[in-house]
Design a protein around this ligand. Structure first.
Ligand code: PLP
Length: 415
């Protein structure tokens, strides 16, 4: 039996020969067709088998929450790298420009140029380490970059000189993150040399906290102390920097006063818990919902293997639904046999291995399920909700990894 309709008898008993049902005996599929039509009529983007709803009102709300945590004259840089953490950088940038954003942070020059090509006019800052091949485009397009070393500062100045332009730079100091950034020992000297270089426009100083969400903020406090000292020394050298920034989302919600003239927020903007919000009482609203649809259903007998490598075998007669999203769409393989999706407001356990384009779920307990039904992988359905943070916890990862892995073919629908 294929694509069961509500009228189809449920296979309460195993078939006499205990073999999987014969698809060739399938009845015509009028209801499946109807469901597909309904799907069209519901106004969903039926060209996409899976889609992400991006709530612009949640984005606005979260930006408001972030602004409420900081002084009114402090700037907010929205971190839109990795396609706005998978949410769709152009759409997010356009919305933020409508409601007011001071600066946008990206990961590399391709992300910066994509935004410029889309007529996003906000000041852009490349947070990552630019490589020599990116420098000309960055300078020509007046995109600011974070500088992490003496050598890269000199290279960028050479490129700007050759073009007859000035490159905007923010100097990053590694105060304890142990990743990009000059050491505190050379920060002051490099700041002097950047400030005196006619081909560089020194507009910012920054650092990055490594564990701002920690309930015991000793490391953040240490980083802060170092950064404050260096900032004061640089200021004492007569270098006035308009943009001084350190705080990420977790730091915005920290009890420490970690901010300077700007904060750089990503996760909180997208409504995800940076790790230090009260459980169950987050003031943030999730921005992203990830959805797909049922494309195929069948009733199978007990002992039917499901998916690659038979990692699941039905313990009883089961109604299976195949949903049109797999790990290439952003439904992590690690969720195989470990979690559920929501259909008609109910939980449908993931059974078998998640595959590249499809995932199979058990809908035996969900009344009336049919082909074309909407499936929620992340987001709300009826009274239930699956949060990105929940999925991340289930598979031992971080929310950033879940949303940044949303596939290219998942349409981003700004609502
Ligand atoms: C340099 C830098 N600043 C700020 C952020 C934003 O962090 P969050 O998303 O936790 O707010 C990131 C994100 O990875 C980053 O790399």
């Amino acid at each position: 039996m294929d694509d069961p309709t509500p009228e189809d008898p449920r296979p309460d008993e195993p078939r006499p020969d205990d073999s999987p049902p014969d698809d060739s005996a399938a009845s015509p599929l009028p209801d499946a067709q109807q469901a597909a039509d309904d799907f069209d009529l519901a106004g969903l983007d039926c060209r996409s088998r899976a889609w992400a709803d991006i709530s612009t009102s949640a984005l606005t709300h979260n930006l408001g929450v972030i602004r409420s945590r900081i002084p009114s004259d402090m700037k907010v840089l929205a971190v839109l790298k990795a396609d706005a953490y998978g949410h769709g950088a152009i759409g997010v940038a356009r919305h933020l420009e409508r409601v007011g954003i001071d600066m946008i942070g990206v990961g590399d020059s391709s992300e910066a140029l994509e935004l410029r090509d889309a007529a996003v006019g906000s000041p852009l800052l490349i947070l990552g380490a630019i490589v020599p091949g990116e420098m000309e485009a960055v300078v020509r397009n007046d995109i600011a970059t974070v500088i992490h070393s003496k050598e890269r500062a000199a290279m960028l100045a050479d490129v700007a000189r050759a073009l007859g332009l000035r490159a905007r730079v923010h100097l990053k100091i590694d105060t304890g993150m142990g990743r990009l950034g000059v050491t505190p020992q050379i920060a002051r000297t490099l700041a002097r040399s950047i400030a005196s270089n006619p081909h560089l426009s020194f507009e910012g100083l920054c650092t990055h906290y490594g564990s701002a969400a920690s309930p015991v903020p000793f490391h953040t406090a240490d980083q802060l102390t170092t950064f404050v000292r260096l900032h004061e020394e640089i200021r004492a050298d007569g270098i006035a920097l308009p943009l001084v920034h350190a705080s990420n989302s977790a730091a915005v919600f920290s009890t420490l006063r970690t901010h300077f003239t700007m904060v750089r927020t990503g996760l909180a903007l997208y409504g995800m818990d940076p790790g230090n919000l009260p459980v169950g009482a987050s003031p943030l609203q999730p921005v992203l919902s990830l959805r797909t649809q049922i494309v195929y259903m069948k009733d199978v007998v007990a002992e039917t293997p499901v998916g690659y490598n038979r990692t699941y075998v039905t313990p009883r007669p089961t109604r299976l639904a195949v949903i049109a999203a797999g790990y290439s769409d952003g439904l992590p393989y690690a969720l195989s046999n470990r979690s559920y999706v929501l259909i008609r407001g109910e939980r449908a356990p993931i059974v078998g291995s998640v595959s590249m384009d499809y995932t199979t779920v058990d809908v035996t307990e969900i009344e009336g399920t049919t082909v074309g039904d909407e499936v929620t992988i992340i987001g709300e359905s009826g009274k239930r909700r699956i949060r990105t943070e929940d999925l991340a916890r289930t598979i031992g990862t971080i929310p950033y990894e879940i949303t940044t892995r949303l596939g290219r073919r998942v349409a981003r629908r700004f609502i």
